[in-house]
Design a protein around this ligand. Structure first.
Ligand SMILES: Nc1nc2c(ncn2[C@@H]2O[C@H](COP(=O)(O)OP(=O)(O)OP(=O)(O)O)[C@@H](O)[C@H]2O)c(=O)[nH]1
Ligand SMILES: [Mg+2]
Length: 454
């Protein structure tokens, strides 16, 4: 189901996944491809337009989640939007205080109403309910017989009589009350297209049974026609929701992805095959997972859980305390800065630091020249800043577009930081406590890495 859409999304997102940062052109290109993917999945034009607009707004305005790469960010936003257009939350079916809870099924010919009536009956049975099926389709001679077979399979009685659909429905309701049934499921006749006669009949049935739930059964494989049908029925009947059938045969997904947005009513149940077990409540989140491919979404959750890589930060603290913290580490920390929050967070984890130091503000803009300076150093210089003499200083300043004074000041501050760390590690009692927690942190972080690598 939804294979072609899934494949196209996969192609778009695979291309983005590896990227460290997304240019505006990358975003435009991705949105263009997402738009095409949705259009070729036969999603309603307006729904596609809204979808793309909303994704763009979130990617552009965004304060992007710290723990995600830009590619993952796109996956996250697209996932959320898919979930939203699929209806957001799964609908909870509640039961009438005065039984029976009446469910009326309507729809076009061949949409799957009768099969669905049987599946629904079996579903309610699984919820511990006692349903009664009513065959109010007297159009097709075999319709009631078909329902009886399905009812028997579900272990649910079927009531009907050869009078007319409206009185069958009314009498069926009385029967349910008499038998103490708590759910009544009414199967109705379908026609080839929406017409006055069909609408008139369902409306009259609806008036006599006063359903708690009026569900329209639509065939996913008919795409946008199913959505148009749903609009027409909703005008005449006030639908509570839609039951979508045959999504096992629907590679595109257009009806499922459009109906909620266009009609304003959610998909409540979905049918994924001919057997009674192939039927369940519709879960927008799981469907979105499926469309995007589980792998992506799982890794997304994993990432989101690791919002700030605590272990990474703790490891850096450990190295600070050992005195083995180099300018390279400093640079790495800085690159992780946006991910980790301010450097003050890192400093804040060190036990025993004075408040003034702990609360030191770290300003993003102030970081840029520092980053440039470290980038202009050789690896050797980053590991051992002591070798940076006058001529190296000028070269670094020129390479980073800064001045030798700025280079000096960075080196000076780095030296102070190192000696402060060393000094703290040597305070009585402090060193041991700190290095112990540092070792623990390092171990935790290594374990985590191993787990992830698996
Ligand atoms: N593959 C698949 N087939 C389904 C599904 N739901 C229903 N069908 C098949 O679709 C056909 C029509 O189903 P019915 O339940 O008879 O449809 P209906 O809406 O009651 O049709 P009328 O009573 O003639 O209006 C049957 O062959 C069903 O087996 C589904 O989810 N997947
Ligand atoms: Mg039928």
């Amino acid at each position: 189901m939804f294979e072609s859409l899934s494949d196209r999304f996969d192609a778009v997102l695979t291309r983005l996944r590896g990227k460290g940062r997304l240019s505006e052109a990358d975003v435009d290109e991705a949105l263009r491809e997402i738009r095409l993917a949705l259009l070729s999945a036969d999603v309603n034009l307006r729904v596609v337009r809204d979808f793309v607009t909303r994704v763009r707004e979130q990617l552009v305005g965004a304060d992007l989640a710290a723990s995600l790469t830009p590619g993952q960010q796109v996956v996250k936003v697209v996932h959320e939007e898919l979930r939203r257009i699929l209806g957001g939350e799964t609908l909870r079916v509640t039961f009438a205080p005065r039984p029976p809870t009446v469910v009326l099924l309507a729809g076009l010919q061949g949409a799957g109403k009768t099969t669905t009536a049987g599946k629904l009956a079996a579903w309610f049975r699984r919820q511990g309910r006692q349903p009664l099926l009513v065959g109010a389709d007297l159009q097709r001679p075999a319709a009631v017989e078909q329902l009886r077979i399905l009812g028997a399979e579900a272990g649910v009685p079927v009531w009907s009589e050869p009078t007319d659909p409206v009185s069958v429905a009314a009498r069926g309701l009385e029967e349910a009350r008499r038998l103490g049934k708590d759910v009544l499921i009414v199967d109705t006749a379908g026609r080839l297209s929406v017409d006055e006669e069909l609408m008139g009949e369902v409306r009259r049935i609806s008036e006599v049974v006063e359903p708690h739930y009026t569900f329209l059964v639509i065939d996913a494989m008919t795409g946008q026609d199913a959505v148009a049908t749903a609009e027409a029925f909703h005008k005449a009947l006030e639908l509570d929701g839609v039951i979508i059938t045959k999504i096992d045969g629907d590679a595109r997904g257009g009806a499922a992805l459009s109906v909620k947005e266009v009609v304003g009513r959610p998909i409540v149940f979905a049918s994924t095959g001919e057997k009674q077990a192939d039927f369940d409540l519709f879960h927008p989140d799981r469907m979105a997972d499926r469309i995007l491919g589980m792998g992506d979404v799982l890794s997304l959750i994993e990432k989101a859980e690791a919002v700030v890589d605590q272990a990474e930060a703790e490891r850096a603290v450990a190295r600070l305390q050992e005195g083995s913290f180099t300018l390279e580490d400093f640079l790495e920390q800085m690159q992780q800065l946006k991910k980790m929050g301010p450097l003050s967070g890192l400093v804040g984890m060190i036990p025993g630091l004075p408040k003034e130091v702990r609360n030191a503000e770290v300003d993003d803009d102030a970081m840029k020249p520092i980053e440039a300076i470290i980038h202009s150093m050789t690896p050797e210089e980053r590991r051992n800043p002591a070798i940076i003499n006058g001529s190296r200083r000028s070269r670094i300043a020129a390479g980073s577009g800064t001045t030798t004074t700025e280079v000096n000041s960075l080196l000076e501050r780095f030296k102070q930081m190192q000696s402060m760390m060393k000094g703290m590690a040597n305070l009585p009692g402090m060193g041991r406590r700190m290095s112990k927690s540092a070792t623990k942190a390092a171990r935790r972080s290594n374990n985590k890495k191993k787990k992830r690598g698996r």
